[in-house]
Structures are given as C-alpha cells and as structure tokens.
Design a protein around this ligand. Structure first.
Ligand code: FAD
Ligand code: MG
Length: 360
C-alpha cells in the first residue's frame, strides 16, 4: 500500500491527535479536579483548575500529616508530637523543635504582640479545659477557669535557637489558631512549585485563592453567613492570589442552658469570647499571618480589631457584628459585594457610634 501526500497528512494528524489525547488524559487538563480529606481536625478540599501535576495530591496530604504529627496537641490521636513534648516539659526543661514548628509558634507570638495578647499561643490550658469539640463538652467550674487563666501568658515563652521552654508546670502551647494557615501556605507552595497557577484551597474556613481563574479574571470567594448552615453565603469577594481566613462563632460550639459556648477563647476572661462580633475575615498574602490575625482580632472586638487591621500594611478585614452589619477596611470595599439583604454594609464611623459621611 502506498501513501498519497493527503493520506500521509491524515495519518500524521491522526497520530498527533492520538498523542494529544493520551497527553490530555495523562495531564488531566480539562475540568477542575478536586480532592477532599479530613486532616488537621477539619474538612479540606483542594481544587486545581489547571494541569494536575502527577502526585501533587498525595504530596499535599502527606505534608498535612507531617504538620499534624509535629504540632497537634490532641492526645487522643497523638502521644508524642513536638508541642505535646514542649507542654509536658513545662516547668522542667526546654524541648528542641523543628524549624517549622518554631516558625508557627513565633508567628503566633508575633501576632500576640500585635494584638496585645488577644491572640495567645499559650491558650492550651483553657482550650483543654473547655474541650469545646470534645464528645461531652460542658461549662467548667469558675475556679478551674481562673486557675487555667493564670497559666496563659505568651510573653513567658522562652526560645533559644530551636528550643522552646515554658517556665511553669501546666502551661501549654496550642497552635490551633494559626497552624491551619501555615498548612494552607505549605499546600500553596507545593502547588506553585509544581507549576499550578489556578487553584482553590479550602481548609475548613481558611481559603487560599491561588493565582487567578483560568480565564485570567479574579476568583470570587463566597463568605459564610454566620447565622446560617454551612455553605449559606452572605457576600462575595473578588481576589487574586490571596488568603481569605475566617474566624467565627458558628463552626465549633456547644450549648448549655440556652447559651452558646464557642472555641475562640478570650485569654483575659478565660471564657469563650463574647462581644458584638459573629465573624471576622482577614485577607492577606500570607495565610499563617491571616489565620492568627482573624482569631486575634475576633477576640479584640469590633472597634479595636477593625482599627488594628486598618493600620496594618497588606491585610484587609471584613467584620460582621450581631446586628448583621458588615464593616469593610478600606482596601476591600471595591471588591466585596453583598449577596444577602439581611446584612448591610456599614461605614467605619458607625463602629464608634459616629455619623457616617458618604466617603467613609
Ligand atoms: P480559628 O479562629 O482560626 O482558631 C480557633 C482555635 O485557636 C481554637 O480552636 C483554639 O485551638 C485556638 N484558640 C482559641 N482561642 C485562642 C486565642 N485567644 N489565641 C490563640 N489561639 C486561640 N481539631 C479536632 O477536632 N481534632 C483534631 O484532631 C485536631 N487536630 C489538629 C491538629 C493541628 C496541627 C491543628 C492546627 C488543628 C487541629 N484541630 C483539631 C483543630 C481544628 O482544625 C480547628 O478547627 C482549628 O485549628 C481552628 O480553626 P478555625 O479556623 O475554626 O478557628
Ligand atoms: Mg485563626
């Protein structure tokens, strides 16, 4: 059988299409690809809107396991993490930890200073006393809350090289308010290093919008309505390459005698934070920083927390109060849009009870 030029071209085209089809199947470029896992005590979903690099999902899940194995203080799952060792050695001796555990603790201490102790990584005794996410949580005795509160003070953490020392028995570090952000940053790093330019990472409320949408436009990230079931949105924000981290009263709590007790503890009272806020969302380029700041400014309350975020470089905030008022720092006003008419965007002057003028 002899080939004519046109049949040869047809054969080349057929062969090329075959190679392309195999290549596309191998690289999975078509629809977005998602995987979900329960890790770090939360539901995590990663959606890649790009060519999926081979082995990227297992790499990310392994990274999260490594972080949990170093930083968890959940003794029902782990008996020997670095932070469990630090806490067990409190009042006795320093414990040397890995660079990344040190980095997360130091970021927590830095935000502790920025928030005047509203964010406090030494909150572990109170977290363990309240056990909000335990199987049978209940309000602890006042005396026990007062005793645990005495142990909370981030300024007493001593660090030398990679060694961490807590000077009093019973003290303890809990990075639950910051390490999920670090895990998100690590996953984003792995994705970028593997060449992914378009992806969404959702670590139970800590979201990273990586790059842009595949068409080059900004991502539109929905914000949880703090008064409704998970997935009900009150607004949307348009972002490029940004971490959007939320702390709220609605995710982890129990109710006793008609009162809701949630998991964000006020280190100054020893009780779950009770102020006018229902949710704080922080937008930043660094999810670790954003995670700690969202927890810390939630504890600080609307006026002080909002003013802090407004002052800080490179972070923006969306604060929601019990009256369903939404307060936006100056850098996020143009990119936020309300989806629910039960909420109203208020101007910053309203926080201090002032009169709003049109440009505030
Ligand atoms: P955030 O507002 O970001 O943080 C609230 C958390 O921060 C609290 O739960 C507490 O841990 C801590 N915190 C409370 N008050 C303060 C304060 N004033 N200052 C500083 N920190 C404060 N959950 C489980 O149920 N089971 C697990 O096995 C489990 N393992 C985990 C392992 C690791 C390494 C990490 C980081 C978290 C783990 N969690 C686990 C916790 C779970 O993921 C939490 O939901 C999460 O850390 C809290 O995040 P958030 O976004 O809901 O709230
Ligand atoms: Mg946080």
């Amino acid at each position: 059988m002899s080939y004519t030029p046109s049949s040869r071209i047809a054969a080349v085209v057929r062969f090329s299409l075959l190679i392309l089809a195999v290549f596309l199947i191998g690289c999975n470029t078509a629809a977005p690809t998602s995987e979900s896992r329960l890790k770090l005590g939360t539901n995590i979903t990663i959606t890649i809107h790009d060519t999926v690099p081979r082995g990227i999902f297992p790499d990310i899940w392994t990274r999260f396991d490594e972080i949990e194995q170093k930083m968890s203080i959940n003794e029902s799952r782990w008996d020997d993490t670095e932070l469990l060792q630090v806490n067990q050695a409190a009042g006795d001796h320093p414990v040397t930890v890995s660079d990344e555990t040190l980095l997360v603790v130091q970021e927590g201490l830095r935000v502790g200073e920025l928030t005047d102790g509203a964010f406090d990584v030494t909150v572990a005794p109170l977290v363990l006393l309240w056990m909000v996410t335990g199987s049978t949580p209940q309000v602890p005795d006042q005396e026990r809350v007062a005793a645990a509160r005495e142990l909370i003070d981030y300024t007493r953490v001593q660090i030398e090289g990679n060694a961490i020392y807590l000077p009093e028995p019973g003290m303890g570090i809990d990075v639950g308010g910051v390490a999920k952000g670090y895990a998100a940053a690590e996953a984003a790093r792995l994705l970028r290093e593997a060449g992914v330019n378009h992806a969404i990472l959702d670590l139970g409320g800590d979201v990273v919008a990586l790059g842009t949408r595949p068409d080059g436009r900004p991502w539109r990230i929905g914000l949880q309505d703090p008064t409704r079931r998970r997935g009900a949105l009150m607004g949307v924000v348009e972002v490029i390459d940004t971490a959007i981290v939320t702390s709220g009263v609605y995710e982890r709590f129990f109710e006793q005698d008609g009162v809701r007790y949630h998991h964000i503890i006020d280190p100054f009272t020893g009780y779950p934070t009770r102020n006018e806020l229902t949710s704080v969302t922080i937008l930043s380029s660094d999810p670790t920083y954003g995670d700690a700041l969202s927890t810390g400014t939630f504890v600080m309350g609307l006026e002080t927390g909002f003013n802090l975020i407004e002052e800080l470089e490179d972070v923006e905030g969306i604060f929601i109060d019990e009256q369903q008022r939404v307060f936006l720092t100056s850098g996020v006003r143009d990119s936020f849009r309300l989806l629910s008419d039960e909420f109203a965007v208020s101007c910053a002057d309203d926080i201090a009870g002032g009169q709003c003028n049109s440009d505030s």
